[in-house]
Design a protein around this ligand. Structure first.
Ligand SMILES: [Fe+2]
Length: 351
């Protein structure tokens, strides 16, 4: 196996430092038939080493998101995962955003703590968990997240021609992956800041030049979209743009055009590789969700089930410049603010 020695180390760090697994806890590890099995084995081993009780569930690969509901053994998955203390999801064809996921997490006071590892391979885990100063990264990411959340107006540009603006929703918390999954929490791998702006304030030009997943992997040519009041109005570009347009039109669902969330990547070692969990952490990228809005993003609305749509896709925009209320934080992917302390932390993380 590639990274045969280091993979177990990365999985132990994941359970020990991020999930803070306690002896005797039960751990649902889910995956599917198109995902890497080595990382699942290593995760189960790490779980046993730390005194946990792994329950590995492999399903036949469904279609992604809500579109895959019919393919999944829904009740068995919901009941099995819900009965565990921890859930780590390695599925490439996401349970995340499916009805199974919604049911498992619906009660914030009674749900497994969840770590998203969709599509992760051994080298992804080694690069992004095993070889990262996870504590310093957590401090940096949470600090930037708090600064952004306290602001009002956000503007993002890229060398590829993106120029997008949006406003924060007052009282809506950012969903930031600081690397620590506490009781009741839903977390992504460390190194990402996520938020749902006031949808009607998302305006401008979005240029996706990294990955559009699904339906495409790494793009050969950029996809340029006009965004008006939170909705995709036009999709232009080359063959990739045409394929994406055809995919999104195939749902016949107006809500598939909603810009569902923003995201900011701060994985010190993350590289564009076609695995969305790593791609969305490429340092200085922004990621924009389109389609279904998960309930955790609308945490200012009690009891919400999110905003339904037929599916969900994520687009990565590289080398961003970022301003919060006019204060520059990123300059084409390099941290330049908001204070010298953040610049220093970024340098210590190797960026
Ligand atoms: Fe997304």
């Amino acid at each position: 196996m590639y990274y045969e020695y280091e993979t177990l180390d990365a999985c132990i760090k994941m359970f020990r430092d991020m999930i803070q697994l306690q002896p005797g806890e039960t751990v649902a590890i889910t995956t599917d038939t198109v995902s890497n099995q080595d990382i699942v084995d290593a995760a189960a081993q790490a779980c046993v080493i730390l005194g946990g009780k792994p329950l590995v569930m492999i399903i036949a690969a469904p279609e992604g998101g809500k579109a895959g509901d019919d393919d999944m053994p829904m009740k068995a998955l919901i009941d099995g995962i819900k009965a565990c203390d921890v859930w780590v999801e390695y599925n490439t064809k996401l349970i995340f955003y499916s009805t199974v996921y919604d049911k498992v997490v619906e009660d914030p006071n009674n749900r497994p703590r969840y770590l998203n590892q969709n599509g992760v391979h051994p080298d992804t885990a080694v690069r992004n968990i095993g070889k990262v100063d996870n504590r310093l990264l957590g401090e940096f990411v949470q600090g930037i997240s708090d600064y952004m959340e306290a602001g009002t107006h956000i503007r993002i540009t890229t060398p590829a021609g993106m120029d997008l603006e949006c406003d924060n929703a007052r009282g809506r918390k950012y969903t930031t992956a600081d690397g620590f999954v506490r009781k009741g929490e839903i977390k992504m791998m460390s190194g990402q800041i996520g938020w749902a702006p006031v949808f009607s304030t998302i305006n401008g030009t979005m240029v996706v030049d990294g990955v559009m997943s699904p339906p495409l992997g790494i793009l050969k040519s950029p996809i340029k979209m006009k965004i008006e009041n939170g909705f995709v109005k036009t999709i232009e570009g080359g063959a990739d743009a045409a394929a994406f347009k055809e995919w999104i039109e195939s749902f016949n669902d107006d809500m598939m055009y909603l810009v569902a969330h923003g995201g900011l990547g701060f994985g010190p070692n993350a590289k564009l590789c076609g695995d969305i969990v790593e791609d969305e952490r490429v340092w200085g990228c922004t990621e924009w969700g389109i389609g279904n809005v998960g309930p955790q993003l609308l945490n200012d609305i009690p009891g919400t089930h999110g905003i339904p749509a037929a599916s969900h896709t994520d687009g990565i925009c590289l080398n961003c410049s970022l301003w919060v209320d006019g204060v520059q934080i990123l300059d084409e992917g390099t941290v330049v603010g908001p204070t010298p302390e953040f610049v220093e932390m970024a340098r210590k993380l190797g960026r």
